[in-house]
Design a protein around this ligand. Structure first.
Ligand code: GH3
Length: 301
């Protein structure tokens, strides 16, 4: 274990070292006598455990904890050391702020310290597992497993936020609604697996054609949407739609043959077309329907 020992009192640090070195609990101990030094060392190194004195001369303990917690890539467990007896509230606050355990300095025996370090590590491992699980669930909730694009749930959330932002900054926002033409024919003639493969390739091309910051989503089936924040004008979104039509018209490799498809696009812009996300989607959907009625393979506002 690599340990960062943070305490401004040298005698207290020595007491910890004596206990730690006795049963060789920890191989490597790095000392810091201020919070600033500790945070710098933490940033530049990898530690398994941080033993942090509750009272430091240059920063509040809770602030140190919150800065440590910002390094989400780090794995260290944090144990607070305190000389204070009446510590219930402080202990609770520290645990909420990210510390894994809390230890009274007067209880600094080999047995207590070993137990605290083991507890801290076990709790930290559990926390990391929870964080990983949460990340995974969030990814599954927001993404389409087949294409890897954002899904409808994420799309609706993001469109709402993007419209609020556009309103705040007084800028325009564009929404492109895209539906592949006669996609059922692909499934019917080449099979569902080839249809899936084609959808994945379309998704990839859409990602390649948009600007950084544009959000491409699969709404479901053969329907896609693109949120275009900071839209300059109607010409810009018309030009993007034209580029998409051209990219989708390029041949796709399927079953060792080249397949040609087209798509229809509906466009809505904020604030001109609608004031809510639901209405924006309806307007873009309606415009797409007009593009289909106009003969497909085109876009419509
Ligand atoms: P139109 O130009 O009028 O939109 O014709 P279309 O054939 O595309 O009509 P429609 O949108 O009704 O058909 C979509 C088809 O997409 C029907 C459905 O079976 C198929 N589909 C939906 N989801 C998937 C999927 O995940 N994979 C595959 N391969 N096909 C799907």
């Amino acid at each position: 274990m690599r340990l960062l020992l943070v305490d401004d009192d040298e005698l207290d640090r020595m007491a910890v070292v004596r206990v730690l070195q006795n049963p060789s609990l920890v191989k490597d101990i790095v000392h810091a006598n201020t919070a600033v030094k500790a945070l710098k060392l933490y940033e530049e190194n990898d530690f398994d455990i941080v033993l942090l004195d509750y009272r430091l001369p240059d920063m509040e303990c809770l602030d140190v904890l919150s800065q440590l917690a910002q390094h989400t890539e780090k794995q260290a467990a944090v144990v607070i050391l305190t000389g204070m007896e009446d510590n219930e509230t402080i202990e609770r606050n520290c645990i909420f702020a990210g510390a894994q355990d809390f230890l009274l300095k007067k209880e600094l025996s080999e047995r207590h310290l070993t137990k605290a370090l083991l507890h801290a590590q076990a709790r930290h491992a559990l926390n990391n597992k929870l964080i990983e699980t949460h990340k995974r669930l969030k990814y599954l909730a927001e993404n389409d497993p087949m294409t890897g694009l954002s899904n409808r749930y994420y799309f609706e959330e993001h469109l709402r936020n993007a419209m609020q932002r556009a309103h705040r900054l007084n800028v325009q926002l564009g929404l492109i609604y895209l539906d592949i033409d006669n996609f059922k024919l692909v499934n019917d003639s080449l099979g569902h697996d080839s249809g899936d493969h084609l959808l994945k390739q379309v998704a990839q091309r859409l990602q390649e054609v948009v600007r950084e910051g544009d959000i491409v989503c699969r709404l479901g089936g053969d329907e896609f949407a693109i949120i275009v924040p900071d839209l300059e004008n109607d010409t810009a979104i018309g030009a993007l739609s034209q580029r998409i039509l051209e990219q989708v018209r390029e041949p796709f490799a399927l079953n060792q043959t080249e397949q040609f498809i087209t798509c229809s696009i509906g466009i809505a812009t904020f604030p001109r077309c609608a004031s809510t996300a639901e209405d924006m989607l309806k307007r873009a959907d309606l415009a797409m329907y007009h593009a289909k009625r106009a003969g497909r393979n085109g876009f419509h506002f």
